[in-house]
Every structure is written in structure tokens, then in C-alpha cells.
Design a protein around this ligand. Structure first.
Ligand code: AMP
Ligand code: GLY
Length: 461
């Protein structure tokens, strides 16, 4: 274990290069204990913060270890799923580095859906009923026997967030099975599949800090996964987020802690797979109580972009406390109010889109007034920001109320542009409807009247 004074001037290497990593870096940079931050591979917005970025891919474990040694860093934060599932944390620890992120044997909670479903079944953690298949004939026989639609078909392994198909008919379900198992749509990731019960209810994302002994849920959030307004169009990595999520009431939070969060941490310990880092619970608040839709072994993207700006506690302190298994001694505090993030994407995303388009409306540091702009797919070229990915920017604002946070974020979005930009206009609207009455909002009386007129009833969430 390292002495506490070691943490006074930390050199930190962050692995990854999206909006999530930018949000982590901005928070780490606020710590008086941070001396220097490096990133691999990083992006234009991260580089514009004065963070030195290195052209090492996030999945290049040997390259990342070599870089950490060369830079003599004190802490390595591994943010994306692939390097965690491949064992980058194990490789860094083998070289003596302090790390943030789970080891390979714990990252499997995201790396294999079959593993996570079996874990939940074994330890009685609420989730959708399911069966596992490795041959298409048995899977199809099962689908025909069940004969209930929609049904949910999931690739076992990582599939860039695209490995879940909600099949509306037998035909769609059979197609999905053939393409995954026989066509290896996601390579080896879809050699095994899970077929599970379709659940309904609002979705809530809860990221948590855990050292394997203590679990500290962060503020809840709500993702908007579909590409277009009204939750239509293709599934994406996430087009925007808000925090906190109004469906995550105190009662729901208590139930999740007792039935899901603590049992999961205990289950991982019992399996000899202690989880250390950020464990993400993707939940659905069903009529029969909260259930786990998925676990992620890392910070969510773009959930992190609305959760970390609300964190008041020093993130370096939290990460070092987790490494030392002393999280119980850290008081993790959050701002009041709300936060909203609107993702500005390239037209065509999540399918094909051009790169290299000039972005206007950002200042020299890639930021905008009243907001934090988290860069996801950008590069800096001769002092200009160019698009370099599907999700380009996450424009994020805090407000006393959710409504003011959303308005602020959209007012900044309106001033930023690139050719064929696409963003959703309705981020947070569903959440606003869940809490029409917000006493901090000066317009609340009008909001309430509008809501009652539209919905006929008013239910406090
Ligand atoms: P995942 O990639 O596992 O987060 O799944 C993508 C999306 O599919 C989730 O955010 C849900 O909206 C939906 N989904 C996954 N599993 C189920 C389920 N059992 N019932 C209903 N919807 C689901
Ligand atoms: N926003 C969902 C995820 O990070 O997987």
C-alpha cells in the first residue's frame, strides 16, 4: 500500500478518448492532488485542456503499459469496457501501478451476459427471466414454444452496444438468432446468446463507486438511447442524459440498495471476483419492482457527463480510497439541482457519417459559455476543432432545476454548428413530465397547469 503523501502530486494516465473520459479528466483536473494528466488516445477537446494525448489505442494493453512506465504515472484510470474486459488493469497492477477499474475476472460482469444472468439467478438478484443458447435450432424451438413478443435476444459478449435485439415477431426473432449464432454478426461475442423476457417500465442508470466492501451509488441518471425525438430511430450509444432521474425515488433507491446493489457486490466477492471501480447498474423500474437490465463494468457514456459534474468530493480521493479499500471512510457528496447533456452527433450516426468537418461556435479550449462541452469525437487540427466520430460533443449544463439545466444546454447547442449536425430536441422532456411540480422552478404553477391540462392527473413521483 502506498503512503498517503504519495497522493499529493499525482501524475494520472486516463485510458480512452470519448466524452466520458473528457468528463473524468475535467473532474480529476479540479483536484489539488493532480499534478499532470495524460490520455491515450484522447481527443481534440481533451488535448485543448492541455492534457498530453498519445496515439495508443485503448485496447493496446502492451502499448498502454509501456506508456505508463515511460511517463512514470502514479495512477492509471481505465475507462472503456474493452480494455477492462481484456485485463488492462491486471497488466498495469502487475507492473506496480495504482489503478482505477475492475480486474479482468470482475469485468466479466459486463463482458459476458451469460455470466451476469447466471450470477443474478444464483444470488436471487431481480432480473428478466432467460435461457442461454449456443445452437440456433434449440433457440428457435424455444422462441416458438414461448410465442410471446416482443422478446429480447442478446449477444453474450461485447458488441459496441449493439448486441441487443428487441424482436417484435417470430420472424424477427428467428432472423436475430440466425444472424447472431450462425452468421456470427458480432463475431465470437454472438456465439452464445441469451433470450430473455421483455420488461416494461422507465429505465434508470445508477453508476456506483465500490471497493468490494462498500458501495456508494452516484446520482441517478436517464439515458436517451434512440437516435431520434420521441424515442424513435436506431439504438445509439446514447444521445443525451439528465441527472437525477425523477423515476428513481427514495423508495426505489432503498429497494435497489437492498435487493440489487449490496447483493451484487456480495455475489462478486463470493465468486472470488471482487469488483473495484465503477459498477454501472442499468435498471428498469417494472410494475414488480426494479430489475437489472444490464451491468457495465465502467462509467456509462453519456451518463458520466451528467453525473460527474454534480460530484463535490475530490475524485482523486475517491479513486485512491477505492484502491486502498477504504471507501467507507470517504464522504461522497453531490450538488443539488440537475444536470443535462445534449449529444451533438454527425448526420448519419449511428450508421455511416463523414469525418473532418469544421466545428464552429467553440472557444479556443473547445468550450462554450455557461456549459461544459465534453468532446467525444473531435480532433484538433491547426487550432481548429474538426469532427472525428459519430457522437461529436456532449453539451452539458447544470441548473437549479431540470428545466433550467435543459434550457441552458440547448442555448449553447444553438450556437455550435457543423455540417449536417444531428441532435435530439427532446432530451429530458420525459423526465420533466415525471416531475411537473418543481418548487424551485419559478414557472412551476404554469407547468402544473399545463401538465394537468395535458394529462388530466397529477401524480407526485
Ligand atoms: P443493453 O445494451 O443491454 O443496455 O440493452 C439496450 C436496451 O434494450 C436497454 O436500454 C433497454 O431499453 C432494452 N432492453 C434490454 N433488455 C430488455 C428487456 N429484458 N426488456 C425490455 N427492454 C430491454
Ligand atoms: N450509456 C450506456 C452505456 O454506457 O453503455
Amino acid at each position: 500500500m502506498l503512503a498517503d503523501e504519495h497522493y499529493l502530486s499525482m501524475k494520472i494516465l486516463v485510458i480512452g478518448g470519448g466524452g466520458r473520459e473528457h468528463a473524468i479528466i475535467r473532474k480529476l483536473a479540479l483536484s489539488p492532488k493532480t499534478e499532470k494528466i495524460y490520455c491515450a488516445p484522447g481527443n481534440g477537446g481533451i488535448a485543448a485542456e492541455g492534457v498530453e494525448c498519445f496515439d495508443v489505442s485503448a485496447t493496446d494493453i502492451d502499448g498502454a503499459v509501456k506508456l505508463a512506465k515511460q511517463l512514470k504515472v502514479d495512477l492509471v484510470v481505465v475507462a472503456p469496457d474493452d480494455p477492462l474486459v481484456l485485463g488492462m488493469v491486471d497488466a498495469m497492477q502487475a507492473e506496480g501501478f495504482m489503478t482505477f477499474g475492475p480486474k479482468k475476472n470482475a469485468a466479466v460482469i459486463e463482458g459476458s451476459k451469460v455470466f451476469s444472468k447466471e450470477l443474478m439467478k444464483k444470488y436471487g438478484i431481480p432480473t428478466a427471466g432467460y435461457e442461454v443458447f449456443t445452437d440456433s435450432a434449440s433457440a428457435i424451438e424455444y422462441i416458438k414454444k414461448q410465442n410471446t413478443y416482443p422478446t429480447v435476444i442478446k449477444a453474450d459478449g461485447l458488441a459496441l452496444g449493439k448486441g441487443v435485439i428487441l424482436a417484435q415477431s417470430e420472424e424477427e426473432a428467428v432472423d436475430a438468432v440466425h444472424s447472431m449464432i450462425d452468421g456470427r454478426k458480432f463475431g465470437d461475442s454472438s456465439a452464445r446468446i441469451v433470450i430473455e423476457e421483455y420488461l416494461t417500465g422507465p429505465e434508470v442508470s445508477v453508476l456506483s463507486f465500490t471497493d468490494g466492501k462498500t458501495v456508494v451509488p452516484m446520482l441517478s441518471s436517464m439515458d436517451h438511447k434512440r437516435a431520434n425525438d420521441g424515442d424513435e430511430g436506431l439504438n445509439t450509444g446514447g444521445m443525451g442524459t439528465i441527472s437525477p432521474n425523477p423515476y428513481y425515488t427514495e423508495d426505489v433507491a432503498k429497494e435497489c440498495m437492498e435487493k440489487i446493489f449490496i447483493p451484487t457486490i456480495n455475489a462478486m466477492n463470493a465468486e472470488g471476483r471482487t469488483f473495484e471501480g465503477c459498477l454501472y447498474f442499468g435498471l428498469m423500474i417494472t410494475p414488480n419492482g426494479p430489475k437489472v437490465i444490464e451491468y457495465n463494468c465502467r462509467f456509462g457514456d453519456p451518463e458520466t457527463q451528467v453525473v460527474l459534474p454534480m460530484l463535490e468530493t475530490d475524485l482523486v480521493d475517491i479513486m485512491t480510497a477505492i484502491y486502498e479499500h477504504k471507501l467507507s471512510q470517504t464522504d461522497v457528496k453531490w450538488s443539488s439541482g440537475s444536470c443535462a447533456c445534449v449529444v451533438m452527433a454527425s448526420g448519419g450516426y449511428p450508421l455511416s457519417y463523414p469525418k473532418g468537418l469544421k466545428i464552429t461556435g467553440l472557444d479556443g479550449r473547445g468550450q462554450a459559455e455557461c456549459c461544459e462541452v465534453f468532446h467525444a469525437g473531435t480532433k484538433l487540427s491547426d487550432g481548429e476543432f474538426l469532427t472525428n466520430g459519430g457522437r461529436v460533443l456532449g453539451v452539458t449544463a447544470k441548473g437549479l432545476t431540470l428545466k433550467s439545466a435543459i434550457e441552458k444546454a440547448y442555448s449553447a447547442v444553438a450556437k455550435i454548428n457543423f455540417e449536417n449536425v444531428h441532435y435530439r430536441k427532446d432530451i429530458g422532456q420525459r423526465a420533466l413530465k415525471a416531475v411537473p411540480f418543481d418548487p424551485l422552478d419559478l414557472d412551476y404553477k404554469q407547468d402544473m397547469e399545463d401538465y394537468i391540462e395535458e394529462n388530466g392527473v397529477y401524480l407526485r413521483q
